[in-house]
Design a protein around this ligand. Sequence first.
Ligand code: PMP
Length: 305
Amino acid sequence: MEDRDGWIWMDGQWLPWRDAKVHAMTHTLHYGLGCFEGIRAYATADGPAVFRLDDHVERLFDSAHILGLEMPFDRGALRSACCEAISRNGLASGYIRPLVFLGAEKAGIDPAGAAVHVMVAAWVMNAYLGDKGMEQGIRVKVASFARHHVNVQMCRAKSVSTYTNSILACREARAEGYDEALLLDTDGFVAEGPGENVFVVKRGVIWEPEITSALDGITRRTIHALAQEAGYEIRARRITRDELYVADEVFFTGTAAEITPVVEVDRRRVGSGQPGVMTRELQQRFFAAVRGEDRRHAEWLTRVG
Ligand code: PMP
């Protein structure tokens, strides 16, 4: 990723992609205190537009607040940097990555004295779990690692360090030939994917886990709105692992994963073994909204440039 043309916003300045470097003593590199966002911009008839930019910037500021990181820029500066990361890099669509991290001003666990730095990069991203996964669904394995307890890693924050747990689960699943992992919480109930929220359809009702040990996903909130418009009932409760096995449909949601059908869990076929009807319907509504084809959701789109 480091040797390419392009621009990265670092602490208020646009640097050539290859020059956007940090020092080896960067605090976040050693101890993992930091937070970030994953945002997508989509090609629309009016040019590239960032999807739910305000919500993502708000969550970034919430994450920083939870972690006790004082943001050195305001929301407006972050919103502009995200939009310009798309236009300046000449992207028709893409993935935007703002990251808040502590610098190399200070060593040791206590970060007092380390400065808060912010960067924003953007690059092309296709279907995160592959085009085949998006169309035909993915195979998922319940991870041997539990998702963080609410009092271990605060899950309202999109923290850098949460992703150690995600990586362990994801690597385990892929080593065993699955497409993706699914994590249970420390009580053994369904939490989320390594980078996705999860939904379960049973007898026409869409269920999701309470988000105690999961991120409050923005795609998840989008699904709430779209499901309501489609006339689907959507509710939250604790969900057990075996409920996934006997579900009619299961799907993942996320900025990167978008709406990805899950057709197998732990070698058990889910429903018919094909993406379900409700999953398909929500996928269609989602892509219409992000591409600006559904005017009801024009407020979710911020035009770039
Ligand atoms: N959970 C985790 C752990 C994630 O990393 C993500 C991706 N940001 C999600 C859920 C989905 O969140 P969103 O829809 O806001 O991308």
